[in-house]
Design a protein around this ligand. Structure first.
Ligand SMILES: Cc1cc2nc3c(=O)[nH]c(=O)nc-3n(C[C@H](O)[C@H](O)[C@H](O)COP(=O)(O)OP(=O)(O)OC[C@H]3O[C@@H](n4cnc5c(N)ncnc54)[C@H](O)[C@@H]3O)c2cc1C
Ligand code: FES
Length: 277
């Protein structure tokens, strides 16, 4: 059992939990993820690591309530426990002295970007973070990202805070302004990561995307998380979650993500009826 030490509401349908998980904090590095199971009969869902504290032996997860399991998780409170926390899973994000690195994060993807940006800066890179939200009420961790970066640029889709537009509008300005960028790392909605990859390709800037495929085992055995990268089949859990964004078949990836949409919706509706929410 993994005790929840802190719970915060970060915005509409967005929650933070700090969980006691010594099995994870012993080895975890930025870019990795965990798989949680909330109840005995529940499904296992992957969640990125937003932060970790080796001394306190805790990990921080930031999640959006989108369906049955994330809803169930959101009903747990401080003092409650999560049944299973498996991890750390996946490969850590490659961090070296690259030069100028632009971290492009969207929505919930901004949380796992934080430890990556922090590590990149510690290694001596110039870190420029571009973070984007739907609107002002969705903004979270702005100050954390500011601390972890040399420069922070913020956009909201509706212009209610920061620059009006998408993170790609901000990235375009940097690219067209002639800034020398050595690497781009992007985490967020697949459509955003695809747009980032399309934008950096003509400039030949190495771009890494962290993929959020549907997963079951998380160990490279079931094949559910498969993606096509450079024409080859890869498993996001065992080979990723980071991949060269210029080689990812994003159209296939997005199709696979929505494969079980009807079943997910039905399962959520039946569960809501059953528990009366
Ligand atoms: C490596 C990895 C890291 C992730 N990190 C986070 C995180 O830090 N925070 C977070 O909120 N979510 C994260 N996700 C997505 C998260 O796993 C899903 O939101 C969750 O599985 C949904 O479960 P559910 O039962 O609540 O909803 P479901 O009933 O399974 O799905 C409800 C809706 O969410 C969509 N959905 C389901 N799975 C995903 C997915 N993997 N990505 C995008 N949309 C999905 C479905 O299309 C559907 O419309 C991550 C996924 C992966 C693979
Ligand atoms: S989730 Fe099973 S192989 Fe990746």
């Amino acid at each position: 059992m993994f005790k929840i030490l802190r719970k915060e509401l970060l915005g509409p349908e967005m929650f933070l939990m700090e969980v006691f998980a010594p099995n994870v904090t012993r080895r975890v590095e930025p870019g990795q993820f965990i798989i949680v199971r909330v109840s005995e009969t529940g499904e296992r869902i992957p969640l990125s690591i937003g932060d970790f504290d080796r001394e306190r032996q805790t990990v921080v997860i930031v999640f959006q309530r989108v369906g049955k399991t994330s809803y169930l998780l959101s009903t747990l409170n401080e003092g409650d426990s999560i049944l299973d926390v498996v991890g750390p899973l996946g490969h850590p994000t490659e961090v070296d002295k690259f030069g100028t690195v632009v971290c492009v994060g969207g929505g919930i993807g901004i949380a796992p970007m934080y430890p990556i940006a922090k590590k990149l800066k510690r290694e001596g890179n110039k870190v420029i973070s571009i973070i984007g939200y739907r609107s002002k009420e969705h903004v979270f961790w702005e100050e954390r990202l500011r601390e972890a970066s040399d420069e922070l640029l913020l956009a909201t889709n509706d212009g209610s805070y920061g620059k009006k537009g998408f993170v790609t509008d901000v990235l375009r300005e940097l690219l067209e302004g002639g800034m020398k960028i050595d690497r781009v790392i992007t985490i967020g909605p697949p459509v955003m990561m695809k747009a980032v990859a399309d934008m950096t390709k003509p400039y030949s800037i190495k771009t890494i995307a962290s993929l959020n495929s549907i997963m079951v085992c998380g160990l490279g055995m079931c094949g559910v998380c498969r993606v096509t990268v450079g024409g080859k089949t890869k498993f996001t859990c065992a080979d990723g979650p980071d991949f060269d964004a210029h080689l990812v078949d994003f159209d296939e990836f997005m199709k696979r993500l929505s494969m079980y949409r009807d079943e997910e919706k039905l399962s959520f509706e039946l569960w809501k009826k059953e528990v009366g929410v």
